[in-house]
Design a protein around this ligand. Sequence first.
Ligand code: GDP
Length: 474
Amino acid sequence: VASVLKVLMGMQMMVNINSELDLETAEMIAAELDLTIELKAAETLEDELITELENQEDDPDSLVPRAPIVTFLGHVDHGKTSLLDYLIGINVVSGEAGGITQHIRAYEVEKDGRSVTFVDTPGHEAFTEMRARGANVTDIAVLVIAADDGIMPQTEEAISHAKAADVPIVVAMNKIDVEGVDPNRVMTQLTEHQLTPSEWGGEVEVVQTSATKGIGMDELLETLLTVAELNEYTANPNREALGVCLESEQQGDRGVVAKLIVQNGTMRVGDILVCGPAHGRVRAMTNTLTGKPVEEAGPSTPVNLIGLDTAPGAGDRFHVLSDIGQAREIAGARSYESSRENLSGITTKVSFENFQDMLLNGQLGQDHERVKLNVIIRADAKGSLEAIDKELAKFDHPEVEIRVLQRSVGGVTLADVTLASASDAVILAFNVIPDEQARSLADERNVQVRRYEVIYKLTDDIKAMVEGRLKPEE
Ligand code: GDP
């Protein structure tokens, strides 16, 4: 920088380190300093700058504990909203906390000097959708199950989504205040779903709660903090911030308000930001709970931020850069179209055929670990599911392990495709078909849905694939 400035001064150009140079001037400087100039397209800039920021390793000494980011999942009406309301001490059901229209809520809650950040997505589809976009924001999933209702179809889906995300699960057995509920029934159901409660010798913490009576709330927070301690979530507050946009909206005269969650580093007012197709300088940030202005936001902190030029999408990652020109260029190169392309780009999906190819070419399983083939099974009846399970259980191959992310009765849904897309899975549809939405998303994301009418065909296909003699699907 010093040499470049010196040359410029020699050229009577008074500039500083933040000035932009045109190409002509740059060429003159290069000639003077005997350098060659390389022109870089915005995409290259993106690749170099953003990839570098994403991959930048933090010195172990710089890492400090950070609050766990916790997501609530569960069947509708089992009490997700009420639990979060109680924990943050407001009542959303009876009137939204001011400001941004909240589809995805995110709050930091403090208890005895330690914090937990809660992110409440409208459903597990939204949870997995973010994961599909590379935005893994969740550390711990709280599975909310109403004790009077037990495990319901959406609870089962939520379990699959949490398991696929590979995050610890804590169960909140809610509505424990309802007369006549039998906690043991839910515990048994949990055990049937491979979530054995710790009280019964398993690994899953089950906390009995009542969101309306305020029972078990401290215990739930304590449990989350303990799980967090065991998992040692850390971050480096002394670096440029990066993280994820949860949602954003255009708000009249305030401009774009974006709800972001910082995953690493510290974001400050004045920072230059690029987030999906948006960029800008942080004009102001507010606490998502109190609405009070904050000057900086460290790891695991959610904030509402003003300063972006356009509204980024849910799941768009953000990065703090040092140069507004670069931020503008990168954002410009990512129009919404291109970010959608990216989306299908990152989801190069597994199919039986390419899995077979990869196996044959030795691209998989080199490290002597068995390769996992993720599958989601949909069938017409419980009996069919059981029969398929039984067949798959017999499958024993030294190199390949079949991992069933989800099995359920009914047609293939949008949630199945989202899960498959986020987890590189193949959907096996036994005597069922995808609905229209699911079919079109599967096309868009290259998710393979294989249909079968007899069980031996399904198992034959899997065997054939592994042995490298799979025929193309008719
Ligand atoms: P969500 O759909 O999972 O977000 O569920 P909500 O939080 O909206 O709760 C659904 C209904 O269950 C509401 O009418 C709540 O008042 C009620 N509810 C939530 N938690 C409890 C609880 O612990 N006990 C009882 N009795 N009712 C509850």
